[in-house]
Each structure stands twice: as structure tokens, then as C-alpha cells.
Design a protein around this ligand. Structure first.
Ligand code: 5GP
Length: 214
């Protein structure tokens, strides 16, 4: 597989929130918009075509890592189906959850929930669809778990890859954006379950962090 051509978001790129239509309830809780929704959607569609070019029309299971990836997942799956219009084997979808974060600091442990049927992924080609890679612990754990479950081939697709030194090296086969080391909310990503419904990828204000602290 060719290294992913992820789009770099510069450290100092932050758009004023007044330039965007934001839910009133979040207006003062956000510091800035980092990636506007339209740009996210465009890039994710492009990523779907990069994925199709790289892995072709093989039978494929798209594995959505809930909850943070739900929007990335639907946009990616929709466009992948467009790219595979001549394909004879259908895409299948599956959903799991991981838990690792409380407030904005990693607990260092990752729990995988939802893989009830242990044989479900045996011998299958699986594309993991994950919202963000930070320390790398979650993705590393996921890849190893899928290999233990007998998956034939495992690829990873990531919406946001943080420019930090990984605690563990993980394969990031398909990356939409490479972002600075900031805590991100929106487009499915949360802060203590808030902001998932926010369309744009944003950074919180001090007020937002304080307001939604657990
Ligand atoms: P890692 O295991 O790579 O340190 O972190 C992966 C998980 O931590 C992600 O799936 C996500 O749930 C959470 N996470 C890491 N960075 C961020 C961030 O900037 N914003 C949000 N909302 N979650 C994050």
C-alpha cells in the first residue's frame, strides 16, 4: 500500500467562529473552527476513491468505531459505494465501540465493546474506520484484536491524525487530515458526550471546557 496523502492542517490555521453558522447553544463554547464541514466532506469523498484505488473491488467489511466515527463512516461508506459501482461483491458494515478517554486526558487503557460474534470477521477483509489517532493505543489494540479474531486483511482509515509522537506505532493506511496537537470536537467527536452534532471540526473555548467538564 502506498503511504496516504493526508491533507496537512497548519498549526496556526483557526477560523473565527463568527464566519460560520453554529448552533446557538455552542456559540460561546467554541474558540475556533479548524476544518469547515464542506472541506471535511470533500476530503472524505476523495479518500473513499483513494481507498477504492488501493484495495479495489474485494469483498469488504467497513468497521465503524463508534461513537466518534459515525459521521466520517456514513460519508465514507456512501462514497465508497459510488466508487464500487461496477463491483460484484457488496460492502458489509459492522459497528463496535472503544472507550479510553475521560475529560481530555487519556486513561491509557482501551476497552472494545460490541464484537459479540467471534467468527464474524474470520477470513474477512476489514477496513477500520476511526475518528482520530492520538497516542495510537486505541488503533493498535483494535488492529491486534482483529488479527486475533482471524481477519484476513486489516486496513485502517482515519479522519484525523494528530502530529504527535505515537506511544505505539500504528498503521495509518488512509488518512483524511493531519492535524496539530489540539483537542478537537465536532463532526462526531465529543467532549464528555457534547458537540458530536456540531457540523464543523472545532476547538473549544475555556468557557466550553469548563461548562462541560465531567
Ligand atoms: P489514542 O488511543 O490514539 O490516544 O486515542 C484515540 C481515541 O481517543 C479516539 O478514538 C478518541 O475517542 C479519543 N481522542 C483522542 N484525541 C481526541 C481529540 O482531540 N478529541 C476527541 N474528541 N477525542 C479524542
Amino acid at each position: 500500500i502506498m503511504p496516504s496523502k493526508s491533507v496537512p492542517i497548519p498549526d496556526d490555521l483557526e477560523f473565527d467562529t463568527n464566519l460560520f453558522l453554529l448552533p446557538g447553544c455552542y456559540q460561546n463554547d467554541l474558540k475556533s473552527v479548524i476544518i469547515p464541514e464542506g472541506f471535511v466532506r470533500d476530503r472524505v469523498k476523495q479518500l473513499a476513491h483513494e481507498i477504492h484505488e488501493a484495495i479495489g473491488d474485494k469483498p469488504l467489511i467497513l468497521l465503524c468505531v463508534l461513537k466518534g466515527s459515525y459521521r466520517f463512516f456514513t460519508t465514507l461508506a456512501d462514497e465508497l459505494s459510488v466508487a464500487r459501482h461496477q463491483c460484484k461483491s457488496a460492502i458489509k458494515v459492522d459497528f463496535i465501540r472503544t472507550k479510553s478517554y475521560e475529560d481530555t486526558a487519556s486513561s491509557g487503557k482501551v476497552q472494545i465493546i460490541g464484537l459479540t460474534n467471534q467468527d464474524e470477521l474470520k477470513g474477512q477483509n476489514v477496513l477500520i474506520v476511526e475518528d482520530i489517532v492520538d497516542s495510537g493505543l486505541t488503533m493498535s489494540r483494535l488492529v491486534h484484536t482483529l488479527q486475533d479474531l482471524g481477519a484476513k486483511q486489516v486496513w485502517t482509515s482515519v479522519l484525523l491524525s494528530k502530529r504527535i509522537t505515537r506511544q505505539v506505532e500504528v498503521p495509518e493506511d488512509f488518512v483524511a487530515f493531519n492535524i496539530p496537537d489540539k483537542f478537537i470536537v465536532g463532526y462526531g467527536l465529543d467532549y464528555n458526550q457534547h458537540f458530536r452534532d456540531l457540523n464543523h471540526i472545532c476547538v473549544m473555548s475555556e468557557q466550553g471546557i469548563a461548562k462541560y467538564k465531567s
